[in-house]
Design a protein around this ligand. Structure first.
Ligand code: SF4
Length: 356
């Protein structure tokens, strides 16, 4: 078993996350924007905020197994996360959805098929040359997994996801999740005998709270129906706004359906884990080469992946105009997702020949 260094022991190597490696693989220029120049968009997408609230809510849920106040504590967190909901319709919609997801989840999984071993487990491990087995003198890899659980047939990573639908395409994509497979490798090195991953998928209902009809809309509809009626009368009644209680009840009904939550078990092969080690090594080699030569290629085929523009599109389009950078981005520490590893050096800068 290879040595894995605890976060507090790290002093001199550059820390890479899977997110950083993957960003470099997808677009070297994007890597430079995010991890070298430390630019982050000033405005974060609402979908991201909602996803992170649900993620934290589920984390709290598993941190307080056995506590009587478990559900009320999670609900209190959701209330805080959307504290402006009374004056912000978008927050109110997210709050309704988050509350209903957690209520449905608590009911569906009141008794679990596994025992929780770790929650939000962080790790740091060595990147190795696959040919020689020797560790990099420049980099370490770091990551965090949602949870580690023990089932009847072994230990699994538990990975939470929110999704609009779970269809064959979605399930196929889970098999391409190299991040989680790589994390399994490093957690095995830490002594957790991980045999696979349980994807814990929470569906996002598309229901909307009905706003009802305004008086004008009602009168127009009433007149239209009356015109179609030989008697010239209409029995149409004004459609009133759906109350919060009515909407929450409709959402709760939706989340009581079996398909509102899905768990997919995926097993990991040794071959796949070995292949990932090689990929990581190759990406870091390419990265070191780009850094030494100061060449950060723009992969323009990646500018609109996931059917939305890259967060750096305006910056790249401007030819890296510093005014655009100032207006649209703020400086943020890289790897901010690893909140528990502040001691880690992320700025050491060595040449490729420091690889052994
Ligand atoms: S806009 Fe395109 S070229 Fe620029 S960083 Fe994003 S993906 Fe790369």
């Amino acid at each position: 078993m290879s040595q894995v260094i605890a976060p507090t022991e790290i002093t001199d190597k550059t820390l890479l996350t899977y997110s950083a490696l993957n960003t470099y693989r997808n677009c070297p220029r994007k890597y430079k924007n995010r991890y070298v120049d430390n630019l982050r968009p000033r405005e974060r997408a609402e979908a991201l905020s909602f996803g992170s609230v649900i993620h934290t809510a589920i984390e709290l849920w598993y941190r307080s197994v056995g506590a009587e106040s478990r559900l009320s504590d999670v609900n209190a967190y959701i209330d805080d996360a959307f504290e402006n909901r009374i004056v912000d319709a978008s927050q109110m919609a997210s709050w309704h959805l988050a509350r209903a997801i957690i209520a449905g989840y608590a009911s569906r999984y009141s008794v679990e098929e596994f025992e929780v071993v770790e929650v939000e487990k962080e790790f740091v491990g060595e990147i190795r040359n696959p040919d020689t087995g020797r560790q990099s003198q420049t980099f370490r890899i770091a990551g965090k997994v949602d949870a580690i659980v023990r089932c009847h047939d072994g230990m699994y990573l538990l990975e939470h996801k929110t999704a609009a639908t779970v269809d064959a395409n979605y399930l196929d994509k889970l098999w391409t999740d190299t991040q989680i497979a790589l994390y399994c490798h490093y957690l095995r090195e830490l002594g957790y005998p991980i045999v696979g991953v349980i994807y814990n998928v929470l569906l996002k209902a598309r229901l909307k709270q009905s706003a009802g009809e305004t008086q004008v809309e009602y009168e127009a509809r009433h007149a239209e129906l009356a015109a179609k009626n030989k008697s010239g009368k209409s029995t149409a009644k004004r459609q009133m706004p759906e109350t919060d209680i009515e909407f929450q009840s409709r959402l709760n009904e939706w989340y009581s359906r079996p398909e509102a939550f899905h768990r997919e078990f995926i097993y990991l092969s040794e071959d796949r884990l070995a292949m990932l080690q090689e990929e990581v090594w190759e990406i870091t080699q390419q990265y070191l080469d780009a850094r030494r030569r100061g060449k950060w290629l723009l992969n323009t085929s990646n500018c609109f992946s996931y059917q939305r523009p890259c967060e750096y599109l305006a910056y790249c389009q401007s030819g890296f105009n510093p005014n655009v950078a100032d207006n649209l981005y703020q400086i943020a520490m890289p790897h901010e997702e690893l909140g528990g590893t502040p001691e880690v050096s992320v700025s050491s800068d060595r040449d490729a020949d420091s690889w052994l």
